[in-house]
Design a protein around this ligand. Structure first.
Ligand code: 13P
Ligand code: SF4
Length: 304
């Protein structure tokens, strides 16, 4: 542990702070977090965290999820500008128009959406819970927003339902191409290819395993294989390399870096816990209650 990490650990105990970190954060942040996970795991922890202050190291919609579930807590994000471009692709007016066009469809939102958009949705899903929740959902017709790549993956796993998609998605995962996969497989013929479902369908189709960030990390940890090509944000390559030095991990592309996730540094976390910096998340109570419904539904259907 370096001096900054030691100071953060000291202050979080003293000030009753819980630190949540998404897997796309840098390794030094993961080391001082109380919980590290994918979007679904973070939402579960947010619902249960006993501390009076939560620092969410990730992007803004994740901190909004914490606040929606825990309005009595102070919820901070170290850097205000850590947004998610996918979460802002649709606004409430655009979604209202889509709902008018598809009045019989239940609206399923990827959790990467703003609190305002969630007020208009029936249920949220994450990449690890989407297939399970859509299978269980009491609806035949579904409008899935905003990631058409994750939506396409779900459609193939749940062919019995009618799922409408809209065009939208993660600009970071969209950079990965089938050509990248062909080149990486030719270079590393013994490697298994693990991919996130936010990638384009032709990339997902070439995978040996498809899963969320923690599912990819768990798969690599348990697999007897020694080499892996990683088709998701490149911090996962770094974490896996540190956790399993006996195995080899190759990024599918050097360009798969989410700059929004990388804007938060360990020094920002220290300044936030010291009260010198950081951005507090506040959500209008009416909006919070309406948005909470679809997260509660996700936890109910996803946990069961
Ligand atoms: P998961 O954490 O569900 O794998 O999602 C990845 C992501 O892009 C988060 O923004
Ligand atoms: Fe958003 Fe993609 Fe970054 Fe995740 S990786 S925060 S979906 S831009």
């Amino acid at each position: 542990m370096n001096d900054i990490q030691k100071k953060i650990i000291e202050l979080k105990e003293k000030n009753d702070v819980c630190i949540l970190a998404h897997c796309y954060q840098t390794h030094d942040i993961l080391e001082i977090a109380d919980y590290v996970g994918d979007s679904f795991g973070l939402a579960q922890k947010a619902a249960k965290a006993p501390n009076k202050t939560i620092i969410m190291c990730g992007v803004r919609f994740m901190a909004e999820t914490v606040k929606i579930l825990s309005p009595e807590k102070k919820v901070l994000i170290p850097r205000e500008e850590a947004g998610c471009p996918m979460a802002e692709q649709l606004d409430p007016e655009m979604l209202s128009q889509l709902k008018e066009k598809y009045p019989e469809h239940k609206v399923v939102a990827y959790i990467n959406t703003t609190a305002a958009l969630k007020t208009l949705c029936d249920v949220c899903v994450t990449s690890s819970s989407a297939v399970k929740i859509i299978k269980k959902l009491d609806a035949q017709k579904i409008l899935f927003i905003p990631d058409c790549n994750l939506g396409d993956y779900v459609k193939k796993q749940v062919p019995e339902k009618e799922i409408k998609l809209v065009s939208g998605g993660c600009p970071t995962h969209a950079k990965l191409t089938a050509d990248d996969v062909k080149k990486a497989k030719a270079k590393h013929p013994k490697a298994l290819f693990l991919v996130h479902p936010e990638c384009q369908p032709e990339v997902v189709a070439m995978a040996d395993f498809v899963g969320s960030t923690t599912e990819i990390m768990d798969f690599a940890a348990k697999s007897d294989n020694e080499e892996f090509i990683i088709g998701t944000e490149n911090s996962i390559v770094q974490h896996l390399g540190i956790d399993h030095p006996e195995k080899l991990f190759f990024p599918l592309s050097k360009d798969c870096v989410c700059h929004n996730m990388k804007v938060t540094t360990i020094a920002d976390v220290l300044h936030t816990i010291e009260g010198k910096d950081g951005f507090e998340i506040n959500i209008d109570e009416d909006e919070r209650i309406k948005a909470k419904h679809c997260i509660d539904e996700m936890l109910r259907l996803g946990n069961g």
